[in-house]
Design a protein around this ligand. Structure first.
Ligand code: PLP
Length: 468
């Protein structure tokens, strides 16, 4: 029999943050106080925080040391040159514009490239990305493969662009109405699903034929590179760093949220090869972010991000990162818990309607499940379903999204595999008593972005979320 060698965290712990562990009565009180909404629970009431992987990474000793090296000069900061060099070396683009986070880069790119009446194709939308495109008069067009919308379709590269959809759009509206094609690597809203190297190559070739630039949403590009190493023929032995460089060579630039794959708590950038676009971006960034040599970041934050860019492409780091997420996902799959397949790069998604089939979608199954998980173990997750989808602007009815999910998002380098075991145990034990979990009623609904502040109460006659 082969022994499957196990892998431990490729880091050791030098400084720890103590966790406040509440008992069940305290958790129930916190849940009532927070209106059964995980956004309204205070972080000191949370045991394991899987709300998001954005800005929640743990920095290394070298990153903390780099903070001290931060050069806060208003112009020509040494820290800026280090960051610029890191992006040029690791991602391969010629020009870099720093921004306070990813959406700052999206704002600049959208303003510089999109004209009213334009179409911006992308492999599934992301909230802030699409909002900036629409704000500038563009229309987002989804060109991801159909299977990406099916939570059970087991494909190695479920984030791929459907080339026929892209080609049809070009024929229909004309290349001059498409300022650029936006390709996300990986695709967040599809569950952190990757795009293959072959697909990136094909998209780039098609776009070059029509003189349409390709801009990546590079937010989780290192995670995408690891999936290529794992799943695409010919890349098994290629270092992730080299795979990443090749990926980026099939684009003309990118927007980046440093809060994810750059391993920092804040920061971002816009990168490009085009000289003219760079010149215009250097002028625009002054209005929204700051001088082109800091773009809304402190010198110390640029230092930490430069260091993080190098650390993120370490093969051992990224292998453990992806496998830790999968380690949690596989435990749930093995216990029969309904999750989005295959497990993506940054999160495990529970399918709340299959988990709680006795609840109608109007009884907020994902919200109820997220609340039940917190009540059971103090694990904080996020609803991505009917509450997040809001209401139809015309009819006022609740939107009914196809996917009703609870997202367990894993911060980078923060938790050990033991924490994943605790999460798995809690989800599995809830699944075993799933028929005891009550639906919710929304008792306060804010007019916009209701998921942040909405309040709920259990529908059960005795007012308890989980029946004994
Ligand atoms: C987080 C994120 C962004 C926006 O980045 P911020 O740094 O939060 O502004 C853009 N695209 C994707 C896919 C993201 O996950």
């Amino acid at each position: 029999m082969f022994l499957q060698r196990r892998m431990a965290e490729p880091y050791k712990i030098k400084s720890v943050e103590l966790i406040n562990v509440l008992n069940e009565q305290e958790r129930e009180a916190a849940l009532i106080e927070g209106g059964y909404n995980t956004f309204l629970i205070r972080s000191d009431q949370v045991y394991i925080d899987l709300l998001t992987d954005s800005g929640t990474s743990a920095m290394s000793d070298l990153q903390w040391a780099a903070l001290q090296r931060g050069d806060e000069a208003y112009a020509g900061s040494k820290s800026w040159y280090r960051l610029e060099h890191a992006v040029q070396e690791i991602y391969g683009y010629r020009h870099v514009i720093p921004t306070h986070q990813g959406r700052g880069a999206e704002n600049l790119l959208s303003q510089l490239k999109i004209h009213p009446g334009d179409y911006v194709p992308g492999n599934m939308y992301f909230t802030t990305t699409r909002a900036h495109q629409e704000l500038n008069g563009g229309t987002f067009v989804d060109i991801i493969i159909d299977e990406a919308h099916d939570p059970q379709a087991e494909l190695p590269f479920k984030g791929n662009v459907d080339l026929v959809k892209l080609e049809n759009l070009i024929q229909k509206v004309g290349a001059d109405k498409i300022p650029y094609v936006s390709v996300a690597v990986t695709v967040n809203l599809a569950g952190g699903q990757p795009v293959s190297m072959q697909n990136l190559r094909d998209v780039y070739a098609l776009c070059q034929k029509h003189s349409i630039p390709v801009m990546f949403d590079a937010t989780r590009c290192v995670e995408n590179a690891y999936f290529i190493k794992e799943r695409e023929v010919g890349y098994e032995r290629v270092p992730v760093k080299d795979i990443l460089k090749e990926m980026m060579s099939y684009s003309d630039g990118c927007t980046m949220s440093g809060k994810k794959d750059c391993l920092v708590n804040i920061g971002g950038f816009l990168a490009m090869n085009d000289d003219d676009l760079y010149t215009r971006a250097r002028e625009l960034v002054v209005l929204y972010e700051g001088m082109p040599s800091y773009g809304g970041m402190a010198g110390r934050d640029m230092e930490a991000m430069a260091q993080g860019i190098y650390e993120a492409v370490d093969d051992l780091y990224i292998a453990h990162r992806i496998n830790q997420v999968r380690y949690l996902g596989d435990q749930l799959i093995n216990a029969g818990v309904p999750v989005v397949r295959p497990i993506g790069g940054h999160a495990v998604f529970l399918e709340a309607r299959a988990f709680l089939p006795h609840l109608d979608q109007e009884q907020f199954p994902a919200q109820a499940l997220a609340a039940a998980l917190y009540l059971d173990s103090g694990v904080r997750s996020m609803e991505r379903g009917i509450v997040s989808s809001g209401r139809n602007k015309v009819t006022g009815e609740n939107n009914h999204p196809k996917l009703e999910l609870v997202r367990l998002t894993i911060p980078r380098r923060v938790y050990t595999d033991n924490h994943m075991d605790v999460v798995a145990d809690s989800v599995i034990s809830l699944y075993e008593k799933r028929d005891k979990i009550s639906g919710l009623e929304m008792v306060y609904e804010p007019p916009t972005l209701r998921f942040f502040n909405a309040r709920f109460e259990p529908l059960a006659a005795n007012g308890r979320l989980i029946q004994d």
